[in-house]
Design a protein around this ligand. Sequence first.
Ligand code: ATP
Ligand code: MN
Length: 479
Amino acid sequence: MGPLQIKEILQTAPENQSVVVKGWVRTKRESKNAIFIALNDGSTIHNIQAVAEPGQFSAELLLTITTGSCLKVTGLLVPSLGSGQTVEVKITDIEVYGTADPEEYPLQPKKHSLEFLREIAHLRPRTNTFSAILRIRHALAFAVHQYFNDNGFFYLHTPVITASDAEGAGEMFRVTTLDLNNLPRTEEGAINFKEDFFGREANLTVSGQLEGELGAMALSKIYTFGPTFRAENSNTTRHLAEFWMIEPEMAFFELKDNMDLAEDFVKKVITYALTNCKDDLNFLQNRLTEEEKNKPQNERSLPLLEKLAFVVDNPFERLTYTEAIEILLKSKPQKEGKFQFPVTGWGIDLSSEHERYLVEKHFKKPVILTNYPREIKSFYMKLDEDGKTVRAMDVLFPGIGEIIGGSQREENYEKLLGRVKEIGIDPENLWWYLETRKFGTAPHSGFGLGFERLVQFVTGMGNIRDVIPFPRYPKSAEF
Ligand code: ATP
Ligand code: MN
């Protein structure tokens, strides 16, 4: 449909026929015998080379063809004599759609830092690196829907605006139409949210899980895949204020089923990318190798494709939180005082240095940690028989840390109500959630996967801000 794209022309167009190519100029090179224009339209990492003869076009026209300008080129597709491409276009006609003044256009054919590119997020999709990332991101999103569809899950659209502050107390973005300069007050002087749009306080969602559970109690297997918001002021390479979360929720799944699903799911979507994004992954692999070439051998990471294949081919290590603490207590960095937060004993919340030690140094593969102390996990997780731990599971990945957080849910009404009160949530606010435990409750489980962390892992990008088109983080919401 529509004009042929460069990917199609390179793959399927017959030689010695006339083609029309539309795209943005990556480079223009002039030699004695010819003018070479590399065009890219984002359909593939590969450029198509268009060749003109000197004198064929006016100097005036040629001057307007610079990096970043947009062209329509008509010509004959012929076998290429140069190395690097099998075909090229022998130009018969050029139409310049849009120029890009080289004095102003910031994307010149040289290496730009990722930090600089973040400042021009409106243009960075035109670079090889970002177009590759965006194509891989698309493929992964497609694979997510395909996986769930093939496995009997229904896509449930959970709300973006929520009035339950059950989970993320203090980390939520407020949604309001009140006039901030003239707030309605109650007689006691507090802000009167009865006058707000929803007649109560409202926020952007931090997770679709609670509503996801409502869906699972009717459709058995559902998943959500939508934008998620956290106002946490964490300036890390793994946190965004707006990110996309995938949250399957399954009736009749116990913790083991949940772990099996999580492992199979990530392996399948990574496999999809390995099969369908070869050229882009190869490009990113070379980019990483280049980036690391000044590091000593033992500090270099596995080549990207090997790393991905390794994760797909090997079972994840599964162990309990209690076992992990024992390993950490006996570990070298613990004994040598190298952890920034030393492991003081059972009950501590693991920090990312601990998680990364387990994954990167001890087991050297993805790890699923289970059965955490109840105090450090959410109220809805099912209590174990010992009364001390809950049926939680975190999937930890090399270079990323936590990529998935999930659990078997507490399905017992009394126990859940007890936990709700214990952590100080008014049960009135969660009446609808609690009712699922009153009416036909069932064992069920689910998890949340941060989509950008998955894209980070697959692309090998170090900063999560570089795997979403227009990142939102503290003090930044341009574009
Ligand atoms: P972390 O400890 O890394 O902040 P979390 O425990 O807050 O994660 P959950 O609430 O369990 O995470 O959310 C489920 C998943 O969502 C996480 O495993 C992670 O992949 C992703 N995630 C959480 N917070 C963010 C964020 N701010 N930006 C991007 N992804 C996130
Ligand atoms: Mn968090």
